[in-house]
Design a protein around this ligand. Structure first.
Ligand code: ZN
Length: 255
């Protein structure tokens, strides 16, 4: 059951009910090698702390952020920071959690995920992000072919009452008994905090404890519909502000 309604009605609660942890496992920050993002991983951690998050994964495009001082900040803020990446494999994005830089560099094709899965067993988690969104990298119907390597299917944040490409993903997740996780796939600071997953697990459960709770469907994805005004803002950011910033950055680089 996905908690929806309108975004305004779904202000992130600073402290979810006892026994549940608040998590977002698909996030981008300024350290991203592909996208131009204006807030750092450290900014995001502090914001997450304010919003009552217990677990995060910063999933840069094709890169794992390994930074011990960042991990230390996360510990001090009471946030479990799980290493991860959003890998583009044969044109399809895949979110892999709890992997190292070295492991990420060894995954090139969708078929490599099976070997990774076998090697790592339950200590890693593989999510199919926005599988039916055509902009960017989506798996589409290939999700069916590779469904066995996935632990969970993402509910993409980009939906309104009248536009929702999550329906097919939800149908497949239900058919194959895969849990749904909601994420913000944040590329902008204001895009973080409204879409997340509540997981029934102890805040002190290790990474594997959290993954186990997800696999056991002890999750409540929270993903409210965008209002038309929020949709307009998002599209403006994607197609105007971001493009302008990218152009400025390229110009600055050229000197
Ligand atoms: Zn992403």
């Amino acid at each position: 059951m996905i908690s929806r309604g309108h975004e305004e009605d779904a202000r992130p609660s600073p402290s979810p009910e006892k026994g549940w942890i608040k998590a977002d496992f698909h996030l981008h920050t300024a350290e991203d090698p592909k996208d131009l993002i204006t807030y750092s991983a450290r900014d995001l951690l502090h914001r997450a702390h304010t919003l009552g998050f217990h677990a995060l994964a910063i999933t840069l495009h094709d890169a794992v952020l390994e930074d011990s001082s960042l991990s230390e900040t996360a510990i001090n803020l009471g946030i479990r920071l799980i290493p991860g990446a959003e890998l583009r494999l044969e044109g399809a994005d895949v979110v892999v959690l709890n992997l190292s830089k070295k492991e990420a560099a060894e995954i090139h094709k969708l078929s490599d995920l099976a070997a990774f899965r076998q090697r790592r067993g339950k200590s890693a988690l593989i999510i199919a992000p926005h599988p039916f969104y055509v902009l960017g990298g989506s798996m589409g119907e290939r999700l069916l072919e590779y469904i066995d390597v996935f632990d969970a299917v993402e509910v993409c944040h980009f939906h309104t009452a009248w536009f929702n490409r999550n329906r097919r993903a939800i149908e497949i997740a239900e058919a194959f008994k895969k849990p749904l996780v909601a994420t913000s796939d944040a590329h902008r600071f204001h895009g973080f905090g409204r879409h997340y997953t509540l997981i029934e697990a102890d805040p002190d459960a290790g990474v594997e404890g959290i993954f186990e709770a997800i696999r056991n469907h002890c999750v409540k994805p929270v993903s409210p519909d965008m209002t038309n005004a929020q949709l307009a803002k998002q599209l403006w950011c994607m197609f105007v502000t971001d493009k302008w910033n990218q152009w400025q950055a390229r110009r600055a680089k050229r000197g």
